[in-house]
Design a protein around this ligand. Sequence first.
Ligand SMILES: NC(=O)c1ccc[n+]([C@@H]2O[C@H](COP(=O)([O-])OP(=O)(O)OC[C@H]3O[C@@H](n4cnc5c(N)ncnc54)[C@H](O)[C@@H]3O)[C@@H](O)[C@H]2O)c1
Ligand SMILES: O=c1ccn([C@@H]2O[C@H](COP(=O)(O)OP(=O)(O)O[C@H]3O[C@H](CO)[C@@H](O)[C@H](O)[C@H]3O)[C@@H](O)[C@H]2O)c(=O)[nH]1
Length: 316
Amino acid sequence: MRLLVTGGAGYIGSVTTAVLLAAGHDVTVLDDLSTGHRDAVPPGAGFVEGDVADAGLVLAAERHDGVLHFAARSLVADSVADPAEYWHVNVGGTLALLDAVRKHDVPRFVFSSTAAVYGEPATTPIPETAETRPTNPYGASKLAVDHLLTSYANAYGLAAVSLRYFNVAGAYAGLGERHVRETHLIPIVLQVAEGVREHIQVNGTDWPTHDGTCVRDYLHIADLARAHVLALDAAAPGRHEICNLGNGVGFSVLEVVETARLVTGHPIPAVEAPRRPGDPAVLVASADRARNLLGWKPEHPDLARIIADAWALTAP
Ligand SMILES: NC(=O)c1ccc[n+]([C@@H]2O[C@H](COP(=O)([O-])OP(=O)(O)OC[C@H]3O[C@@H](n4cnc5c(N)ncnc54)[C@H](O)[C@@H]3O)[C@@H](O)[C@H]2O)c1
Ligand SMILES: O=c1ccn([C@@H]2O[C@H](COP(=O)(O)OP(=O)(O)O[C@H]3O[C@H](CO)[C@@H](O)[C@H](O)[C@H]3O)[C@@H](O)[C@H]2O)c(=O)[nH]1
């Protein structure tokens, strides 16, 4: 297929681009490089520097079979402090992109949704049928797009798939997390191991979890990327499919730090810090739907392996 990948210079978009190319697809990346890197775009993909709202220029030039939409603002705490950009980019930008998709008759649309749409879940692991009550504007903006896609599939026949990622980590094909301002747990923990930071701050030790720290479901980037290739095949006209992507096992912040100590052989000092605004206590996926609909199964569920792959790329 000929595909447009928005956000393909970012962490998840670049790895997925590499996997799509390996699967034989043609890929053009559209990215404004606001948080991504030009050199992360895999060789073999076309590159256009621009905003998602400029997608019409790319889609007008050539017929495309699908769009994979990764470009977004995606930091929970930032979205609480300054929500405007989250609504503008994540909802306004996506709406402009979908206008271009309709105008140029692009049949398939795969969207990076998130576990953050669920908020504090009533049950764990979380199925797609769980109530959606996001605890931060980031999750709310992604949920708004999920609703948008349902209506576009129903009314305009779009073949849409929302993939609700839980916490993506690790590295693949020489590509890993490389944010200028890093906020994600595993890359920060590895920066401590590397000696770039003195310690890891544990954001809250009084959460209602077994050790008082937040629990997340960490998924290998290679497994996540593969789900996108499967989603393109599963997409059906007039349907909006929603699938969680996670391993179904949760690890606390302290368990992640301890695993990273074992993997790296470094002490990784941890200090207690206040809770981070917008954080839910526990997010663990039920990914049964992805298994059944996409035929997807994680191949690298081991947390130590996920951390080791990231460490292999960053280790001094
Ligand atoms: N990292 C995770 O654990 C996680 C979990 C759930 C969902 N997601 C979603 O996955 C997607 C990718 O996340 P990531 O971690 O790779 O983030 P990232 O910041 O590394 O990548 C985002 C990319 O989009 C580009 N971009 C941002 N705004 C743009 C715009 N208006 N026009 C064009 N390009 C733009 C950035 O330059 C960057 O290259 C996001 O939609 C995010 O919400 C991530
Ligand atoms: O220095 C740090 C960094 C993080 N954390 C905690 O570690 C957990 C995981 O945090 P992080 O790695 O920042 O991921 P999340 O905030 O869970 O968000 C990620 O995972 C979500 C899905 O669960 C996605 O929607 C988001 O885009 C993605 O950033 C949270 O409890 C954080 O408060 C710390 O304690 N110290």
